[in-house]
Design a protein around this ligand. Structure first.
Ligand code: FES
Ligand code: FES
Length: 209
């Protein structure tokens, strides 16, 4: 007779134990599966809705007014300003965040509007060159740009003026180096840099007085 490692009695006891272990494991696995399904369902419910490719409505606060536009979700702020909002003072040069021609102010800080989706602006205040002047007078930076002949073709000028205005908000008495640093991202093909620096320093003086 062949020797058996598991006599029938012992095998029976082990099988029952194994069966119970297997049942417990199956029950735990089922519970884990149910938990995973429930978690996945909650995650799916919490996911934001998919937008686009069709236009969506959004409201931007531009130059002190709420403006509602319908744009494709891929639309940059620069495109929204120049297109549906008809604010063409904002220029698009490189369209990739390198030249600063498209600079606008977002809550007072200069940003490259070609590199920001209009949908991501939220309720932050957008200031374009059209909104820089006061009701009755140009902003001191604008007046100084004219007085100091700080532009030629003018393509870079709106962005330069907005960055300069932001600088004067945070620094009442900038040095020439401060001005150059603040405007260092603005490319001017016409080479107006010297006159721009003079203009911004003059505007700072006007604001102080
Ligand atoms: S157009 Fe936006 S940085 Fe050049
Ligand atoms: S004035 Fe022409 S690019 Fe600056």
């Amino acid at each position: 007779m062949r020797h058996s490692e598991n006599p029938p009695g012992a095998l029976g006891r082990m099988s029952r134990r194994g069966f119970l272990r297997g049942t417990s494991a199956a029950t735990a696995g089922l519970a884990a599966l149910e938990t995973a399904i429930a978690t996945a369902g909650e995650a799916a419910a919490a996911e934001p809705p998919i937008l686009g490719p069709d236009p969506v409505f959004l409201t931007l606060r531009v130059n002190g007014a709420a403006r509602t536009v319908a744009v494709e979700p891929r639309t940059t702020l620069a495109e929204a300003l120049r297109g549906p909002l008809d604010l063409t003072g904002t220029k698009i040069g490189c369209d990739r965040g390198a030249c600063s021609a498209c600079t606008v102010l977002l809550d007072g800080a200069p940003v490259a509007s070609c590199s920001l989706l209009a949908l991501d602006v939220g309720d932050r205040a957008v200031t374009t060159i059209e909104g820089l002047a006061g009701k009755d007078a140009l902003h001191p930076v604008q007046a100084a740009f004219i007085a100091h002949d700080a532009m030629q073709c003018g393509f870079c000028t709106p962005g330069q003026a907005l960055s300069a205005a932001a600088l004067l908000e945070r620094n009442r008495q900038p040095t020439a180096d401060d001005v150059k640093h603040a405007l260092s991202g603005h490319y001017c093909r016409c080479g107006t840099y010297t006159h721009v620096t003079e203009a911004v320093l003059a505007a700072a003086q006007v604001r102080r007085s």
